[in-house]
Design a protein around this ligand. Structure first.
Ligand code: COA
Length: 330
């Protein structure tokens, strides 16, 4: 009998039903399908229904991952959620999800503020926690409902984002997807370049700030974020490959954070990867923050893009700046 190993045993994703096209955005702000497509590769994104909140998206992805794993909610020992668009400010979205799922009174944690890098960081933490104690099963969710918390009149940001959730269940099995290597880093000197600054102790909410719409404002220097994203996702990818003595050509698939098709192409070029090695779904879903990598992972697997034995690299970059990469063996 093959020995049990710790790893990912279930994958799930969820996207809201409503599809919003670039043409629809052109009715709200001064933009065009041509501009959005040529600058970002995005054609459509999903928008949560008015009665959907973060926990609804998270629940749908979590249930899909549990079903894929052949496990029930009672089997979960911990829940970790990466999100920058939480259900409420306090308590964490994990608490809402624990109750919604009907899970046991297990610990939950939110990883907030690391933007689009959140899920890969949460996966690393979840894997380490699972390896600490035999039999521990951990749900890791990346979820974002960005369209609710952005300024629909700011064309420089609103056209980029979409709503989604993705999840994995970590546990033990003889076919579990192993985590071979991880890396992560932070450059806090650039914290203001991609940020939501209002609502904390530095700039508490006031009537005036609410009237200005500061709570919906995303500080954003697109060009600088672009450059850093290419550099850091490339660097993190090389680091995990080096850790295990592998090369880019050994990778069956790379699942990069889906922020911009041009960023993905630049990473592929810098690592010497072919188009076939890159998983891209940005055309359909836009940038879904910390949901982007787990959603793409679940879709790539469901579409048969990943086979047993494959090496798959996840790489992500987000506010902070934070970046991370993980190398998986299926
Ligand atoms: C945002 C991004 C697509 C912009 O692409 P870009 O080629 O760098 O475009 P620029 O910032 O140079 O802007 C070019 C012009 O388009 C305009 N523009 C911005 N958004 C626009 C829109 N939705 N429609 C039409 N024009 C737009 C700008 O105002 C600017 O006009 P100007 O030259 O008259 O000032 C790109 O920088 C990017 O993808 N950055 C990183 C992605 C990211 O940060 N995602 C979020 C977090 S991970």
């Amino acid at each position: 009998m093959t020995a049990l190993r710790v790893g990912i045993v279930g994958f799930g994703g969820y996207t809201p039903a409503r599809v919003m096209t670039n043409e629809e955005w052109a009715e709200h702000v001064d933009t065009s399908d041509e501009w959005i497509t040529s600058r970002t590769g995005i054609k459509r994104r999903r928008v949560a229904a008015p009665d959907e909140t973060t926990v609804d998206l998270a629940e749908a992805a979590a249930r899909a991952a549990l079903e894929d794993a052949g496990l029930g909610v009672e089997d979960l020992d911990e829940i970790v959620i990466a999100t920058d668009t939480p259900e409420v400010y306090t308590p964490d979205t994990g608490a809402f999800l624990q109750h919604r799922l009907g899970a046991r009174e297990v610990p939950t944690y939110d990883l907030g503020g690391s933007g689009c890098a959140g899920f890969v960081l949460a996966l690393d933490i979840g894997m380490a926690r699972a390896a600490q104690k035999a039999g521990r099963r951990i749900l890791v969710v990346g979820v974002e409902l960005l369209t609710r918390l952005m300024n629909w009149k700011d064309r420089t940001t609103c056209v980029l984002f979409g709503d989604a959730a993705g999840a994995v269940v970590i546990g033990e099995s003889d076919t579990a997807v192993e985590l071979l290597a991880t890396t992560a880093g932070t450059d806090g000197s650039r914290a203001g370049i991609l940020a939501r600054l209002s609502g904390g102790t530095r700039e508490p909410f006031t009537l005036e700030s609410a009237q200005r719409g500061d709570h919906l404002k995303i500080e954003f220097n697109g060009r600088e974020v672009f450059r850093e994203a290419v550099k850091r996702m490339g660097q993190a990818s090389r680091e995990v490959l080096d850790q295990v003595g592998r090369k880019a050509e050994d990778l069956a698939l790379v699942i990069p954070h889906q922020a911009n098709k041009r960023i993905i192409d630049a990473i592929a070029k810098s690592l010497g990867l072919t188009d076939q090695q890159m998983y891209v779904n940005i055309e359909e879903f836009g940038n879904t923050g910390s949901a982007s990598v787990p959603l793409a992972l679940a879709q790539a697997r469901a579409q048969g893009r990943i086979q047993a034995g494959d090496l798959v690299l996840l790489t992500a970059f987000g506010a902070g700046f934070h970046w991370a990469a993980a190398l998986l063996r299926f």
